[in-house]
Design a protein around this ligand. Structure first.
Ligand code: HEC
Length: 135
């Protein structure tokens, strides 16, 4: 009986050992576009965390902290401008996008005194154009 139990356990031990190696995917070069659909939680919010939350919530009446940002952006009017911060499916009509794209169409470019990389700008643009999902 003991030997039977040991024999039954061996395949599971082997499976768990080999599965560790399969989980390691290809390493993406830093700053490249994520593959497939943009995820708000995995790709957009980390940009806010690194470049925006030092000033937002306090500036522009806009709170971009994790857990608040989505509800404060999507279909919400800007406080300092005449328009909507994020229009799902239409980055060009979204003040959030026009504030980061370097156009200067709505006052100072964000992040104030700095700028996002072209990849980070494209991530936010594509997230909006893909429907601004809470994904
Ligand atoms: C150094 C401080 C600072 C940082 C960092 C910063 N902002 Fe701002 N932001 C401001 C100030 C001040 C305003 C108000 C003046 C204005 O509209 O330009 C503002 C306004 C805004 C507005 C307009 C809000 C409204 O409803 O009128 C948006 C959108 C915005 N910021 C997005 C961002 C994003 C996205 C980031 C990060 C990529 C960011 N900001 C980083 C200071 C900052």
């Amino acid at each position: 009986m003991k030997r039977f139990i040991v024999l039954m356990i061996i395949p599971f031990v082997l499976m768990s050992l080999t599965s560790c190696y399969k989980d390691v995917g290809p390493v993406e070069p830093e700053g490249s576009m994520p593959e497939g659909e943009i995820s708000f939680s995995q790709h957009v919010q980390p940009i806010f965390n690194s470049y925006c939350v030092s000033c937002h919530p306090s500036s522009g009446n806009l709170d971009l902290r994790d857990g608040y940002s989505y509800n404060n952006l999507v279909n919400k009017p800007a406080s300092g401008y005449n328009g909507i911060l994020v229009v799902p499916g239409d980055a060009e009509s979204s003040i959030l996008y026009k504030k980061i794209d370097g156009s200067g169409a709505y006052g100072s470019n964000m992040p104030l005194g700095n700028s996002l990389s072209s990849t980070q700008i494209a991530i936010i643009r594509d997230w909006i154009n893909e429907g601004a999902q809470n994904n």
